[in-house]
Design a binder for this molecule. Sequence first.
Ligand code: FE2
Length: 220
Amino acid sequence: MIREHKKHKFPPFAELPVKPNVELISDFMYENYNRWEDNITAHKGLAVASNNIANETYKCVEHFHLTVPNKSDESLGEAGDYSLKDKLKRQVAHTMDEHNWKHPASFYDSTPLEEHLNSLFKAKIIRARYSRMKPGGYVPPHIDYNTTYAVRWIMPINGNEGVVNKFWYKGEERELHMENGKMYFLNIGFRHSVEHNGPNLRHYLMGSLASQEDILHLLD
Ligand SMILES: [Fe+2]
């Protein structure tokens, strides 16, 4: 498992050379369209770790997870106020450790979608979820985690027009305008924000990988 390369060794973002089955991904979402949860419920406290982003974005984003934490190996306490340092050292509540979210939810387990998503990456998917964001939505600048912790991927499904991802990368402001149906790596160890200036509800699939095998070609 390769996880030694720090965030500075990678670009702020990049399209990944994989071919997602957009129809399969989109159909599965609409078949499960009753599963949306608000930002706090969906994360069971996970996102609260980084400067209350979950609270700040409460009104504009919703999610449903394809993978869930395994409750039976719960060893740490309740979600709460943890520093980023604690998070990286894994000294946090069970649900706030991205790596505990690797268990497929029952409605996703052994489906063609699970098989497909696993086939896209060499590394293991440790967390995957659908998200939707309302027009006018804004995720303020924040940092999630370094590439030594996990690797973030994202694929906009529809409604992505007018969405701008900004990264503050080595003293420069860099903008990413994603295209629906393409898969991207996001280097979320750098400060970043999301602005939805478009007219439509934006749907996207997003997840994390346990290690770096799928982004090694992007190394400096
Ligand atoms: Fe983020």
